[in-house]
Ligand binder design. Structure first.
Ligand code: 5GP
Ligand code: ZN
Length: 113
């Protein structure tokens, strides 16, 4: 499968890893939109959140637990952070392997652009 993030998980393409366990991988975004911009993805290929069924509930929950740990480990938990998952065109999804964006290190705007 020709998936950029599967290639990063398989270390065929380099990325600055910040966290890894048996089910998720996290690395710095190549084009950061905040001082901290980390992508958290399942090692299992799922194209969009619409493709995640009930059987993925535990895995999706695990992604959020990884995000908690990463936020704490990077010293941004107390001040705050934003978790975003884009789905399809209107949200601006560009890589079709689900991922949480963890954004932190500056004040965030609401509503988002
Ligand atoms: P999306 O737009 O799909 O929600 O997010 C995709 C993210 O992946 C973007 O923030 C983009 O900067 C990041 N990205 C795209 N290609 C690469 C890459 O080769 N390496 C890394 N580290 N991030 C990438
Ligand atoms: Zn993939």
């Amino acid at each position: 499968m020709d998936c950029l993030f599967c290639k990063i998980i398989n270390k065929q393409i380099p990325a600055k890893s910040v966290y890894e366990d048996e089910r998720v991988f996290a690395f710095n975004d190549i084009n950061p939109q905040a001082p901290v911009h980390i992508l958290i993805l399942p090692k299992k290929h799922i194209s969009t959140i619409l493709d995640a069924g009930q059987e993925e509930n535990e895995l999706i929950g695990h992604m959020f637990q990884a995000a908690n740990k990463i936020a704490r480990d990077n010293g941004v938990a107390e001040k705050g952070f934003r978790l975003v998952m884009n789905c399809n065109r209107d949200a601006g999804q560009t890589v079709f392997h689900i991922h949480l964006h963890l954004l932190a290190g500056r004040g965030m705007h609401w509503p988002p652009g």
